[in-house]
Design a protein around this ligand. Structure first.
Ligand code: G1P
Length: 297
């Protein structure tokens, strides 16, 4: 029997420079997709997968993220007094229980592996999940839940995987898999941001992980890798040789790279079109815009 995965780490210390000036005074993770901040998509996905302890790895200026998941007594009282029960429910759904969120500081931007290592004392000696909120995944069954179900069979370490065009592999961790049949793929190697033309496959790692505590121990050495950063990919890679227990999981769903402006805009449109209250107007507007652009060409 696998130990149940109940803890998740959210590395949210990044400065969000790709979204400046918006991120000058607002954490990137508070930027909104339709009407929910990015971080809420990741936290909701984790909750749906049975996570009960949420570990935020933060940096200076990220206080808004903790406040967001706290109760808002004045707002709640106002909505209650006005009989706005729908809004009240919506608001209360964002509250996490007392003690459910813990945050630790990463006081130097040394890489994703270092960020996860910062959470070591809160994780202890059990398997844990990592969710990168920049990767927003629309799926019928939330991606982490799909992975937790698959992980119950395999144990070990599991990373979400997705095919990307060959010319994009240099932006990702890339998997070396002997065969790409089925959703669960034993991994023979992992490379962080391979130089163009050297990627072992076009299966890229997407920001959802289930990891063993041994990966934290592998991060202890603070060894740097691609881009001079302490890479999570390298710490997982070590487990392939040592224990042979790393799996790629090809999830069902569509991933949006909300760490880039183009991906963020695409997610905004897709999530808008998925909403009953917005679909018709948005769709009509998009047709209109396209027709105008075509007419202008
Ligand atoms: C990180 C990981 C990379 C992974 C990617 C997924 O890279 O290091 O292995 O493929 O997330 O989004 P980053 O996008 O932070 O450079």
């Amino acid at each position: 029997m696998q130990k149940k995965v109940t803890k998740a780490v959210f590395p949210i210390a990044g400065m969000g420079t790709r979204f400046l000036p918006a991120t000058k005074a607002t954490p990137k993770e508070i930027l909104t997709l339709v009407d929910r901040p990015l971080i809420q998509y990741a936290v909701d996905e984790a909750r749906a997968a049975g996570i009960t302890e949420f570990i935020f790895v933060t940096s200076r200026g990220k206080g808004a993220l903790e406040d967001y998941f706290d109760r808002a007594p004045e707002l709640e009282a106002t909505l209650k007094a006005k009989g706005k029960t729908d809004l009240l429910e919506l608001l209360q759904a964002t509250n996490l229980d007392s003690g459910a969120i813990a945050s630790v500081r990463q006081n130097e931007a040394l890489g994703l592996g270092h960020a996860v290592w910062c959470a070591r004392h809160l994780i202890g000696d059990e398997p844990f999940a990592v969710l990168l909120p920049d990767d927003v995944i629309a799926a019928e069954k939330p991606c982490l839940q799909q992975m937790i179900e698959a992980h119950a069979e395999t144990g070990g370490n599991m990373v979400a995987a997705m095919e990307v065009p060959a010319e994009k592999t240099a932006s990702y961790g890339v998997l070396d898999v002997p065969s790409a049949i089925g959703p669960v793929l034993p991994v023979h190697g992992m490379v962080e941001k391979p130089a163009p033309g050297t990627a072992p496959s076009n299966l890229a790692v997407i920001g959802r992980y289930i990891l063993t505590p041994q990966v934290l121990r592998n991060l202890e050495s603070h060894q740097t890798g691609a881009g001079g950063e302490i890479q999570l990919t390298d710490a997982i890679e070590k487990e392939i040789a040592a224990a042979g227990n790393v799996y790629g999981y090809r999830f069902q769903g569509r991933r949006y790279d909300c760490g880039s402006k183009a991906g963020y805009l695409q997610a905004t449109v897709a999530f808008g079109l998925a909403r009953d209250d917005l679909r018709d107007d948005l769709e009509a507007f998009l047709y209109d815009m396209l027709a105008m652009r075509q007419a202008a060409e």
